[in-house]
Write a protein that binds this ligand. Structure first.
Ligand SMILES: [Zn+2]
Length: 109
């Protein structure tokens, strides 16, 4: 009986640790993301300093990041400036030669 209680306690402890880990990971990750990180809303951001773009429907998609989707490059939140979709598309083409015709309809408008 005692053994079962100990095993149960250890398992609960581990679940708790994993939970804390995920929360810390997400909050750290969010720190260097545009303000819409973790929300569902259509927004477009640019960091002119590092020429990074991040925009689309946050939390749901379609969404794109430039220069690469899984960029290890992150910018402090105050470097992200909100822009409109038109400017976002224009900058992606200008900086990274993005061809919007190969994207889904969402991006063609
Ligand atoms: Zn930056």
């Amino acid at each position: 009986m005692n053994t079962l209680l100990i095993i149960g306690g250890v398992i609960l402890g581990l679940i708790f640790l994993v939970f804390i880990g995920v929360v810390v990971y997400l909050s750290q990750k969010g720190k260097n993301q545009p303000p819409s990180f973790g929300l569902v809303e259509e927004k477009y951001y640019v960091c002119s300093k590092h020429q990074l773009l991040d925009g689309g429907v946050f939390g749901k998609g379609p969404k794109l990041k430039f220069p690469v989707e899984d960029s290890e490059l992150v910018c402090p939140r105050d470097e992200w400036e909100e822009i409109n979709k038109k400017k976002f598309k224009k900058l992606a083409t200008k900086w990274y030669g993005k061809d919007w015709n190969s994207e889904v309809d969402f991006w063609k408008k």
